[in-house]
Write a protein that binds this ligand. Structure first.
Ligand code: GDD
Ligand code: MN
Length: 384
């Protein structure tokens, strides 16, 4: 599955990025309460280190498990293995990032501690990087990749669904994999890393903008000792993570899509309020005004909190006035466009008044969107 390299012709750059058969490898293993697995993964890595004559360091990044993990690493007595114990932060992705930062070799590998990932794949990963790949992923879903049989249908479905949702972001078949390799220089150059949740590989694929990613098939074994920490809560965080990655990759399309969804919700709010007020027996002009007013407010709040959430700490009153103004101008644009199209020469059939009206709505909405995006909720370049 190795594709061609994407290196620039610059010899200095090529040298900086070079990985070869003697490059050192930093293996980063995030851990939380993995004391039972630590001796096993270390002996697997030690055997590999000797067999393949690897220059290797292993960095466990532990979130203060206090289960004897640190002692287990020390007891193994390998000068190439150490554990960073964090007490100030928690979380799988941020642990991996901390380990990558602390790494000293040009090639980084991330893997689970629970023996799910086959260490023998690591030399193959290095081969992929040395052939010019920017990332190599240990994959369950390419030909030759397998998982232990007792993967229940639910776990499988879950994994497939998560992968499908990530499809617009990457062609990688198994972007959920926790076993992957990349260059230290590429990691160091990545910015805007957002260490939310479990899917650190996907985060890096999107934020590093990798073009060439190879997948090597692995057999994914079920963990024998300890428990998975992949909770329902983590899976919900994944949806939040996905939204952020979509925003990052498809910023304007996402703003438009969210703005339209909010607009549709405003339509529903408008009609519901109208019906309620009518049921209360208010005069019709008041009911119409009520529907418009409430939907204007709900649209404003949703756009502020959701569509343009980066602006949610901005000045509320000023934003609201701006939003009302943009909507008012949008209405005028809507009306003017519809009128102009109605009066156009080609306009003869009865249907075309409706078409003119629709075009008016489209123009007004587009105007509203642009006003909201670039004036009302504009990005101020202030870093918090
Ligand atoms: N430092 C730290 N902090 N480590 C953590 C934390 C945390 O909050 N949560 C989990 N880990 C460690 C675990 O100790 C383990 O070594 C590794 O991260 C993966 O956690 P598991 O709990 O074994 O996750 P999993 O097997 O359910 O999920 C794995 O497979 C998924 C694909 O099926 C992970 O590799 C996922 O990244 C992957 O998506
Ligand atoms: Mn696991």
């Amino acid at each position: 599955m190795l594709e061609s390299s994407s290196f620039s012709g610059d010899p200095l750059e090529t040298e900086r990025r070079a990985i070869n058969a003697s490059s050192g490898i930093s293996v980063i293993i995030p851990t939380y309460q993995e004391v039972l697995n630590i001796p096993h993964i270390l002996s697997q890595l030690d055997a590999l280190r000797r067999a393949a004559a690897l220059t290797l360091e292993v960095i466990f990044v532990d979130d203060n498990s206090q289960d004897g993990s640190a002692e287990a690493v020390a007891a193994a007595g390998f000068d190439w293995a150490r554990m960073i114990v964090r007490t100030d932060e928690r979380g799988l992705s941020s642990a991996v990032i901390a380990g990558f930062r602390a790494a000293r070799y040009p090639m980084l590998v991330c893997m689970d501690c629970d023996l799910s990932h086959p260490v023998q794949t690591i030399p193959l990963m290095r081969l992929g990087l040395s052939a010019g790949q920017e990332m190599v992923v240990g994959s369950r879903y390419v030909p030759g990749g397998t998982t232990d049989d007792d993967w229940g249908i639910l776990r499988w479905l879950n994994s497939v669904l998560a992968t499908v949702l990530a499809r617009p972001l990457t062609n990688v078949q198994d972007p959920m994999s926790g076993f992957f390799a990349l260059r230290k220089v590429d990691f160091d150059a990545a910015h805007d890393l957002n260490p939310v949740g479990y899917k650190i590989a996907l985060e890096l694929i999107v934020k590093c903008g990798f073009g060439t990613i190879a997948e090597v098939p692995i057999h994914f074994s079920d963990r024998v000792h300890g428990q998975s920490k992949l909770s329902l809560r983590e899976q919900l965080k994944y949806l939040q993570h996905l939204r952020r990655l979509y925003l990052y990759r498809f910023a304007n399309a996402m703003y438009v899509a969210q703005f339209l969804v909010v607009g549709l919700s405003g339509l529903v709010v408008n009609l519901v309020v109208l019906s309620l007020l009518l049921a209360l027996g208010l005069p019709e002009p008041a009911c119409l005004a009520g529907g418009i007013g409430v939907s204007l407010i709900s649209n404003f709040m949703l756009n502020r909190r959701f569509t343009f959430s980066y602006a949610r700490f901005g000045p509320l009153a000023r934003q609201f006035m701006g939003f009302v103004s943009a909507s008012a101008v949008g209405l005028v644009v809507n009306y003017a466009v519809a009128l102009a199209l109605r009066d156009a020469d080609w306009n003869t059939s009865a249907l075309s008044l409706h078409i003119a009206a629709l075009c008016g709505v489209a123009a007004g909405t587009a105007f509203n969107f642009l006003g909201s995006r670039y004036l009302v909720f504009r990005k101020r370049h202030i870093r918090r």
